[in-house]
Design a protein around this ligand. Structure first.
Ligand SMILES: Cc1cc2nc3c(=O)[nH]c(=O)nc-3n(C[C@H](O)[C@H](O)[C@H](O)COP(=O)(O)OP(=O)(O)OC[C@H]3O[C@@H](n4cnc5c(N)ncnc54)[C@H](O)[C@@H]3O)c2cc1C
Length: 335
């Protein structure tokens, strides 16, 4: 099979690598437009939301991420995978209550935040099993690999073209009808001398240790924005969030922003287009690209090679049909 992948964010890059590992002839092309993978903090964790429940299919996706990234580090000879627990600081009484009342995920344990430079009157928990991936390093390594193998650029007559074009899918005539709710996000790099680096800190925002007193501070959510320019109000929101919990002074070194590709169903979307069956999509990873792309890229390649069905919730044909049905219902109601 000849596979053309369009886009080299985390989605296109991992799909190309995994397809290549499985004997598929692959080539990647990109137009160089902004990639949210290049500004993402690269965090992954098994839990989600204020109640710290397990993410959709985390028990499939997390073990695959924990296996895949260290294996890829060895293959590429570069370091980008950083397993690290998260210290989740509750920022109000309700958050703590919600967590106490809900059945707890096995990876979440009570923790004492007091030895740290934090204001944490409602306490904290430790979340195991997560960490972060240095995505620019990973993407640079994979781009070099594709180029050195002549797997970069347009190929004639591919059997399948996979669009892994991130938030741009919302404007693409083929894929816009899937329904998108993209989310603009700001992220800062800050310097905090003396702040301990043995945890990722989470307090509605996150603070991720990068080394040499530098930390990544993120992230904001502004829904339905399509311009990845950094927003001053985003920076102000992040600084205020950090001041709320951190008792140490900090200095802002850098400000970046990107657009998360979020499909309305809030689950990644994979598969062919009903009217153009050689055109496929691998997209909609929202704020969880690092967690889901290794597992779902494996599942997509297995689907091509052994006809194993894709997870039902991700299937593009069902998702497009559902959106079309919804649009039809709405237009009938308006008549
Ligand atoms: C501030 C912020 C923080 C985030 N933090 C995290 C985090 O901690 N953990 C996490 O898992 N996720 C995080 N995310 C989300 C993460 O960025 C996405 O899940 C992921 O990057 C999506 O990857 P992608 O490959 O689908 O899209 P992208 O990375 O946007 O890549 C799209 C690719 O397609 C190319 N392209 C676009 N249009 C075309 C076209 N027409 N023709 C050719 N090429 C095209 C682009 O150049 C690019 O190469 C964050 C996002 C933001 C904005």
């Amino acid at each position: 099979m000849n596979l053309q992948i369009i886009g080299h964010g985390i989605a296109g890059a991992l799909l190309a690598e995994i397809a290549g590992q499985n004997g598929i002839r692959v080539s990647v092309r990109t137009d160089g437009s902004p990639s949210s993978s290049r500004v993402a903090a690269g965090l992954f964790t098994p839990v989600t939301g204020q109640r710290l429940g397990l993410s959709w299919r985390a028990s499939d996706a997390l073990p695959e991420a924990q296996r895949f990234y260290p294996d890829l580090e060895r293959r590429l000879g570069i370091k980008f995978f950083h397993p690290l627990p998260t210290l989740r600081v509750f920022t109000c009484a309700k958050q703590r209550r919600d967590w106490e009342q809900k059945p707890k995920a096995d990876c979440v344990h009570p923790a004492d935040p007091n030895a740290r430079p934090l204001r944490a009157p409602w306490g904290a928990v430790r979340i195991d099993g997560g960490g972060w991936v240095n995505l620019p390093a990973l993407l640079d390594g994979l781009e070099q690999r594709r180029k050195s193998r002549n797997e970069w650029g347009q190929i004639p007559n591919p059997d399948i073209t996979v669009q892994a074009i991130g938030h741009q899918a919302a404007r693409d005539p083929l894929w816009k009808d899937l329904g998108w709710r993209n989310a603009h996000g700001d992220v800062l790099t800050v310097k905090i001398p003396g702040c301990p680096t043995d945890f990722i800190y989470s307090f509605d925002k996150f603070l991720l240790p990068l080394g040499q007193d530098r930390f990544r501070l993120g992230a904001t959510y502004h829904w339905d924005l399509d311009d990845p320019t950094p927003r001053p109000d985003g920076r102000a929101e992040l600084e205020a969030g950090l001041k709320n919990v951190l008792t140490l002074p900090f200095e802002v070194l850098d400000h970046q922003a990107g657009i998360r590709p979020v499909a309305v169903a809030r689950v990644p979307v994979i598969g062919p287009h009903p009217e153009a069956p050689e055109q496929w999509i691998f997209n909609g990873f929202g704020s969880k690209g690092v967690l889901y792309t290794p597992w779902l890229a494996q599942r997509l390649v297995a689907h091509w090679q052994t006809q194993r069905p894709l997870p039902k919730e991700t299937q593009s044909l069902r998702r497009i049909q559902r959106q079309r049905d919804r649009a039809k219902r709405q237009s009938t109601q308006q008549i």
